[in-house]
Design a protein around this ligand. Structure first.
Ligand code: HEM
Length: 143
């Protein structure tokens, strides 16, 4: 198996963990925000593992970006600005990088606070909304 195929497989399956943990974190954050309950240790753990999963995906995403023939040819052919290639070469990496930053801030704030504040909820929500830029059609076509 060449590095590109291995990285793409990993990135593709690990994405399930990232998305699932993020949705659990979002649901838990909404619950703790609206019930105004103090943050439970379990929520802190979910938040920690969500950020960890994001960081791992980010590192492997960077490697995938370097190895991906799709990305390379997008830039080489000068078509990186056209809708299809632009998603993989530009929009997906930039938005996912934004999501990593937002989740990291949310996790840092969650560690310091006893309650879920509006800003923690906003950071988690915005990070989750970045999933809009996942190449869903390409991803789901694998299964
Ligand atoms: C951190 C959250 C991220 C998630 C949840 C995520 C998720 C995904 C998913 C589901 C795919 C489709 C895989 C497939 O078709 O089998 C994909 C493709 C891709 N991702 Fe990410 N990704 C993330 C971060 C990144 C980052 C930070 C980069 C680059 C800097 C990146 C670069 C790529 C590239 C280049 C592809 C297309 C590979 C190809 O088709 O050749 N990803 N990503």
């Amino acid at each position: 198996m060449n590095p590109y195929v291995a990285l793409k497989h990993f990135h593709s399956y690990w994405a399930f963990i990232v998305v699932l943990l993020s949705l659990i974190l979002l649901a838990a954050t909404l619950y703790y925000f609206f019930t105004k309950k103090p943050i439970h240790i379990g929520l802190r753990k979910v938040s920690f593992y969500t950020v960890l999963s994001f960081h791992i995906q980010f590192v492997f995403g960077l490697a995938l970006y370097v190895f991906s023939p799709v990305v390379q040819s997008s830039w080489a052919d000068g078509i990186a600005m056209q809708t299809g290639p632009r998603l993989l070469a530009l929009e997906h990496p930039v938005m996912m990088f934004t999501a990593v930053i937002l989740m990291t801030i949310a996790n840092a704030k969650l560690k310091k606070n006893s309650y879920i504040t509006g800003s923690i909820l906003a950071f988690v929500l915005l990070a989750t909304l970045c999933f809009y830029m996942i190449p869903w059609t390409q991803w789901m076509a694998n299964f």
